[in-house]
Design a protein around this ligand. Structure first.
Ligand SMILES: Cc1cc2nc3c(=O)[nH]c(=O)nc-3n(C[C@H](O)[C@H](O)[C@H](O)COP(=O)(O)OP(=O)(O)OC[C@H]3O[C@@H](n4cnc5c(N)ncnc54)[C@H](O)[C@@H]3O)c2cc1C
Length: 461
């Protein structure tokens, strides 16, 4: 479906509308299809709206040789349905690469390959997805009668359409993804970029004009971009501005990795405040502001090699922060603050990349007038039932589900791929339970109902 020309059957109200069609809602599309397959009597009408012109998963960070940070088995479906026709193994089988992949003896495909897999799976749902279609607002039905609203209206702006389309849905899955974060006061432009726009921006400039470049950050994206720039610009000085003393390694050892298991969601959700606080305290380093061992070693090897050859062009400015950014024509002046000696420094660069992470999905703005029906905990965060459904007042009988933005209630996997197969299955089952009462108070969950000190993470991937 290339535009907003949807057909919902029956009463013109979709059973499920998904906002965004990244891996989370793609996984939900699969789960809905597979869960209904067991019950031919049920046939849900489903539509997804994606603002990108075509399917794309962090396209601007599909750098050569970058690998996934999860096993290929944590694909869109396998953990929920090991015999799904949308598994990564099914994709390999169809593309006749299964033997070769296995002979590679590597759990972690490249991001390029995983992207191809996601595109392949997304193609199976082309009849249910509108691309170039941005959902701009949710609201109560204009013609709502008395009593709880059984559906909501979504305003969708489609590329090329003169006016927004209004779509009606009994259930909504919000999955709009992480939000790029820049340091306060720093504006993006054609020479100052966030990592989320990296390849597109880089491709617009002539590499010969890039003689001095810098990347800011201590996470995986920062390290990957430093390595990419070092390869792609063999004539250039590459500076890595690192706020820490050096890159820290991502802990993906077996016991630590258990925090991404489906079972960890229950432990987090039903745990006490102290449980949740311990998750963050002990296991932040599985995902936030950390770098894969292999990338760290590669960068260090390059740096050492340059020292041996006395030909340094890869520079690490550690314990250093950006104080200000000034633009002078094509040159960008970066004012730096060193925590080592306190001496302010300046760096003049032709391009500056902020790999300064992302904020978690926050649905308040999109929910608009519906937000006042969504209950919040003592810390002001949305209360979310175990099945990822927003807890609302009885005024809303429809389901609003979150895929992302539930770090406070469901834990570390909220913005990651690790648990999307199982999470999507739980949401699909909840939607399919036609008699699900609106969760206006949450049974037995210490999770969303109580205030707790778990910090909202700011992943700096
Ligand atoms: C470079 C990078 C690499 C990563 N690698 C990994 C990894 O290896 N393993 C892992 O577990 N996690 C990884 N992550 C974390 C990442 O969050 C997940 O990989 C994944 O993208 C989550 O899927 P999602 O569908 O929830 O969000 P997204 O992939 O961000 O998809 C959200 C979609 O919603 C669309 N959208 C947003 N607003 C609207 C709107 N109003 N209307 C319509 N459409 C809208 C967006 O265009 C986007 O396509 C990575 C993140 C980055 C940035």
């Amino acid at each position: 479906m290339g535009n907003c020309g949807h057909e919902s059957h029956g009463d013109g109200i979709y059973d499920v509308v998904g906002i965004g069609f990244g891996p989370s809602n793609l996984s939900l599309a699969i789960a809905l299809e597979e869960c209904q397959a067991g019950d031919p009597a049920r046939s849900l009408s489903v539509a997804f709206f994606e603002r990108q012109p075509e399917f794309g998963w962090h396209r601007n960070m599909l750098l050569p040789d970058t690998t996934m940070q999860i096993s290929f088995l944590k694909d869109l479906a396998t953990f929920r349905n090991p015999v799904s026709r949308y598994s990564f193994v099914a994709y390999l089988h169809e593309t006749r690469r299964l033997s070769q992949f296995v002979n590679n003896q590597d759990f972690f495909p490249t991001r390029q390959e995983f992207h191809q897999y996601l595109e392949w799976a997304a193609a199976g749902f082309a009849d249910r997805v509108s691309y170039g279609a941005e959902v701009t607002a949710l609201r109560l039905p204009r013609d709502a009668g008395p009593g709880p609203a059984p559906y909501v209206e979504l305003e969708v702006r489609c590329v090329g359409a003169a006016a927004p389309t209004v779509v009606r849905a009994r259930n909504v899955a919000v999955s709009t993804g992480l939000v790029p974060r820049m340091p306060e006061g720093v504006a993006r432009d054609e020479r100052v970029w966030h990592s989320s726009e990296f390849l597109e921006r880089f491709g617009r400039l002539n590499p010969d004009d890039l003689k001095n470049v810098a990347v800011v950050g201590a996470g995986q994206s920062a390290a990957e971009i430093a390595r990419f720039l070092h390869d792609a610009l063999p004539h250039a000085q590459v500076s890595a501005i690192v706020p820490s003393y050096g890159y820290s390694v991502a802990d993906d050892t077996p016991f630590a990795n258990q925090v991404f298991d489906p079972g960890a969601v229950n432990d987090y959700y039903f745990g006490s405040d102290r449980t949740r606080e311990a998750f963050w305290r002990y296991h932040r380093n599985t995902n936030y502001s950390v770098v894969d061992d292999e990338v760290i070693r590669d960068l260090h090897r390059r740096s050492y090699d340059e020292t041996v050859r006395n030909a340094r062009r890869l520079h690490f400015l550690n314990l250093t922060r950006v104080n200000d950014v000034q633009r002078l024509g094509n040159v960008t002046r970066v004012l730096l603050d060193s925590l080592l000696d306190g001496v302010p420094r300046e760096l003049e660069v032709d391009a500056l990349v902020f790999a300064t992470g992302y904020d978690a999905m926050e649905p308040t703005a999109l929910l608009g007038e519906l937000d006042r029906y969504c209950l919040r905990d003592a810390s002001g965060r949305h209360r979310v039932a175990r099945e990822y459904r927003l807890v609302t007042t009885p005024d809303l009988a429809c389901g609003i589900y979150l895929q992302g933005g539930t770090e406070h209630s469901h834990g570390l996997t909220s913005s990651l791929l690790s648990n999307i197969a199982v999470r999507s299955g739980e949401i699909a089952q909840s939607v399919l339970r036609a008699d699900t009462p609106a969760p206006s108070g949450d049974p037995g969950a210490g999770g969303p109902d109580t205030a707790h000190p778990a910090p909202l993470p700011h992943g700096s991937r």
